[in-house]
Design a protein around this ligand. Structure first.
Ligand code: HEM
Length: 409
């Protein structure tokens, strides 16, 4: 089919190079949504794409099998697409469709069910306490480096069986992997980081083959021996889980605490009534979640979304951030409210690829933010909103969160 027959003439909106680092990126996303439900955009690596901005359309598209999660299905802009899918060029559950997606996800899904994750809650609570113990008497801290980051990293390391002691090494690779692909240097950095992480995990997996331990990577090695998983898939799965466990919840905890520091009445409400914490975490996810710009899909045929026909072989970004601020779905979307009776945000995606780690992220955020509020009285931001630094990443999160509080002996 001739593309010109189906592509309407719409202006192209380049995704700003610094979108996730802006103090408030939502005016740009809101502007796109008010221009229309589907917009033409130019991604930061120069690829042309479409952005879906309404909540109802994001929900429908995320469950539509005509929109693939596999960038290898894309032939029009080969090479580029692999970098959009979470920076992970190796095929993983995130970047495959059924039946491979179903097979890969099933191998690990049991470890992440709400019930299984609930058994980890006491350990998460202990880790939060251990991390706060040396901070409490001091009266000041960087809550990202000293708390929001090591908490989920320690949890995912224990779950997978990755040595926590190696975190400085693999954390650097993980954050380089997710730098926005704004130029050749950033792309080269991400590719090199992916190679190093792959090598690190290949060595680790080899060591699991000899000494079996009670962890998820050892279970996956056993699944490989039963031939349900190739070596390449195993390493790719490990990489996905390690990076996802690393780069997301840290941002939810950091942003959540920051939103509270800017809203003392909300902070006080949570201190007084910690039962509100689960709703507060859902609201932080909706209001400024870690996967803000969106998730990538690839059209396998002509698809109509929001009255616009997108041709086959196109990149489509389902903007979770724009959908989560859609006034047609959320009353007063630009306000943080803990009393939303119904908060169907799409911060964890929707459909078959709905975040596997959602239950874990929720437990970590509720326990982590709860511990900060309980143990750091008089908590105040030690930085002005304008001087706060956001991470140079395709994910949305704070680089640092300097705070002061009343020291306790
Ligand atoms: C998928 C967000 C934490 C593992 C996703 C997706 C989103 C998301 C939006 C959907 C991707 C798509 O549709 O293409 C988040 C957020 C988190 C978080 C906001 C924290 C606040 C975690 C954690 C883990 C994890 C802690 C696990 C260790 C995964 C995996 C997938 C996924 C494996 C792929 C699922 C699939 O393709 O079937 N996440 N995530 N996530 N997430 Fe998370």
């Amino acid at each position: 089919m001739d593309d010109r027959a189906v592509l309407p003439v719409l202006p192209v909106h380049p995704v700003p190079a610094d979108l996730e680092r802006r103090p408030d990126p939502y005016p740009w996303l809101n502007h796109l949504r008010t221009e229309g439900p589907v917009q033409r955009i130019r991604l930061r690596d120069g690829s042309d794409a479409w952005m879906v901005t309404r909540h109802s359309d994001v929900l429908a598209a995320a469950g539509d099998p005509r929109l693939s999660s596999d960038p290898r299905r894309l032939t029009a802009q080969p090479g580029r697409s692999t970098r959009i899918a979470g920076g992970n060029a190796l095929p993983s559950m995130l970047t495959t469709d059924a039946p491979d997606h179903t097979r890969l996800r099933r191998l690990v899904s049991r470890a992440f069910t709400a019930r299984r994750v609930e058994t980890l809650r006491p350990r998460v609570r202990d880790l939060a306490r251990e991390l706060l113990d040396p901070i409490v008497p001091r009266g000041h801290a960087d809550l990202v480096a000293e708390f929001a980051f090591p908490l989920p990293v320690a949890v995912i390391c224990e779950l997978l069986g990755v040595p926590f002691a190696d975190r400085a090494y693999f954390s650097r690779q993980s954050s380089d992997l997710l730098r926005p692909p704004v130029d050749a240097a950033a792309i080269a950095l991400a590719d090199a980081a992916r190679g190093r992480l792959r090598d690190y995990l290949a060595d680790l997996v080899a060591s699991k083959r000899t000494g079996r331990a009670d962890d998820l990577l050892s279970d996956l090695v056993a699944a490989g021996e039963e031939q349900r998983l190739t070596d390449e898939e195993l390493i790719s799965m490990a990489l996905l889980l390690l990076v996802a466990g690393h780069e997301t919840t840290v941002n939810l905890i950091g942003t959540g605490v920051w939103l509270l520091l800017q809203r003392p009445a909300h902070l006080e409400a949570l201190r007084t009534d910690p039962q509100l914490l689960p709703s507060a975490v859902e609201e932080f996810l909706r209001f400024d979640g870690p996967v803000m710009t969106g998730v990538a899909r690839y059209t396998t045929t002509d698809v109509e979304i929001g009255g616009i026909t997108i041709a086959a072989d196109q990149i489509v970004i389902l903007s979770t951030g724009a959908a989560n601020r859609d006034p047609q779905r959320f009353e007063r979307p630009d306000e943080v409210r803990f009393d939303r009776a119904d908060n169907p945000h799409v911060a964890f995606g929707h459909g078959p690829h709905f975040c596997l780690g959602a239950a874990l992220a929720r437990v970590e955020a509720v326990e982590g933010i709860g511990a900060v509020l309980r143990r750091l009285p008089g908590l105040t931001a030690a930085t002005a909103p304008d001087s706060l630094r956001w991470r140079p990443s395709v994910l949305r999160g704070l680089q640092e969160l300097p705070v002061t509080f009343d020291p306790r002996s």
